[in-house]
Design a protein around this ligand. Structure first.
Ligand SMILES: Cc1cc2nc3c(=O)[nH]c(=O)nc-3n(C[C@H](O)[C@H](O)[C@H](O)COP(=O)(O)OP(=O)(O)OC[C@H]3O[C@@H](n4cnc5c(N)ncnc54)[C@H](O)[C@@H]3O)c2cc1C
Length: 407
């Protein structure tokens, strides 16, 4: 564990002290804005180092303004994937339609960004690593709010007290569970499971996405640039979430192999590659919907509070905007109760319209019946001549306030 040593109470300094759990997207983004507003920030991350990997993610609308204000827009533009086309295939591998990617995703060409998740996480981390204390390979065991701050016991045994704690620890947030109870109360399962991993690019693919579908099943290969590797994606309809498999990678591999047994195109090779993949990311497609995002001195941000699911393509954008708005609320209101209330009031509608995208678009890319698949394919063929779809209003449904200076 990378640590600062013995138990200490950092509240003796005049600065407001904040502990953030999770160093992916929302955690480091929040750390940046809190540091900028004069807080002393510590980030604790369960993994031993910054986690690389993950499928390419989108930064759109209001979130683009957040990264511009952080000064990393040029770096992210350099990392922009700029896919040339998105090809949809039938069960036997024959082409249904070949489209401009933004015609599918409703992105704004030249403005929206698509970057590897690891590139975004690395850019955010690089921005704050010298100003913020990072504790890798550790996590919060207990939170006690009975005193003047939050007394935290870490898994390593270290004990410290912070003014505030924020859970940025993702969809399966431990912070949320210790504050509000089991995930089931807040998790809205959307009927799909997915596996993401990298595999050798033996297909000659370059800056393109190829997606194969049968009812209830999808397999995609995503070539980012001309790399030797492609991102592989296997998504399938499953009426009930496979709870047993969620914490067991071997069970996940078995489940995927069973579901895709006998499938055509390149799927058998993908399932084989999944067996060897050391960067498997498996999860259910689901959303987190909570009546409140804070309790006392502890708040939640990003997927921990309002995961929208990959079907909306808005997870990282909500995380970036939520982090900015939470830090801005804390910079505006010295009283954390007022700050957390303002954060919820100002962000909730933005979250709601983006989570609602799942009903109007996302899931229709993955039809579960033959009839729905045929309808989707007809719709896709109709998009072939379109350079891009109109931007989705939800992506820009929040206008960022100027960042406040500490009261
Ligand atoms: C390795 C990885 C790959 C991903 N790949 C994809 C993908 O391909 N497609 C997609 O749609 N989304 C993916 N995601 C999720 C995506 O990053 C989020 O939906 C979105 O960016 C919101 O980010 P977040 O920071 O709120 O949560 P997350 O990105 O989920 O980050 C949560 C962080 O908290 C850490 N953490 C978890 N529990 C604890 C704990 N108890 N104590 C301390 N730290 C903890 C995790 O290691 C992680 O770094 C991935 C996430 C990770 C971590």
């Amino acid at each position: 564990m990378t640590s600062t040593g013995l138990s200490m109470d950092v509240r003796t300094t005049a600065k407001r002290t904040v502990l953030i759990s999770g160093a992916s997207i929302s955690g480091p983004a929040l750390a940046y804005w809190l540091h900028r507003s004069g807080c002393a920030v510590t980030v604790v991350e369960k993994a031993g180092a910054l986690r690389a990997g993950g499928y390419p993610i989108d930064i759109r609308g209001t979130a683009t303004e957040v990264v511009r204000r952080m000064g990393i827009l040029p770096r992210l533009r350099d990392a922009h994937i700029d896919s040339r086309r998105c090809i949809f295939l039938d069960a036997d591998g024959s082409e249904v339609a070949s489209l401009n990617p933004s015609a599918v995703a409703g992105g704004v060409e030249g403005q929206d960004l698509e970057v590897r998740r690891g590139d975004l996480a690395a850019s955010l981390y690089a921005l704050v690593r010298d100003d913020v204390e990072f504790l890798f390979g550790d996590s919060i065991d207990t939170l006690d709010q009975s005193g003047q701050g939050v007394d935290v016991t870490f898994h390593s045994g270290q004990r410290r007290t912070f003014d505030l704690v924020v859970g940025a620890d993702g969809m399966h947030s431990h912070t949320r569970e210790s504050l509000f109870g089991p995930e089931e109360q807040f998790h809205r399962y959307l009927g799909y499971c997915f596996a993401i991993f990298t595999m050798p690019n033996t297909f000659g693919l370059s800056r393109e996405v190829v997606m194969w579908n049968t009812p209830g099943k999808a397999a995609a290969l995503y070539a980012v640039g001309d790399n030797d590797e492609v991102h592989a994606f296997l998504n399938f309809h499953q009426p009930e979430p496979p709870l047993d498999a969620l914490r067991n990678p071997d069970a996940q591999r078995d489940l995927v192999a069973t579901v895709f047994a006998g499938a055509g195109w390149e799927v058998p090779g993908m399932v084989n590659a999944l067996r060897d993949a050391d960067d498997l990311f498996f999860d259910t497609a689901g959303q987190i919907r909570m009546p409140h995002w804070s309790s006392g001195r502890v708040a939640l941000v990003g997927d921990a509070a309002y995961a929208p699911s990959f079907l909306t393509g808005q997870g990282s954008s909500l995380a970036l905007v939520g982090a900015y708005m939470l830090a801005n609320a804390l910079a505006t209101h010295r009283d954390h109760t007022a700050a957390f209330a303002a954060y919820e009031r100002d962000v909730r509608e933005f979250v709601a319209v983006n989570q609602a995208l799942v009903d109007t678009g996302g899931a229709t890319l993955f039809p579960t019946t033959a009839q729905a698949l045929e309808q989707r394919n007809t719709r896709l063929r109709g998009l072939v001549t379109l350079p891009s779809a109109p931007a989705r209003p939800a992506h820009s449904a929040l206008t960022l306030p100027a960042f406040a200076t500490m009261p």
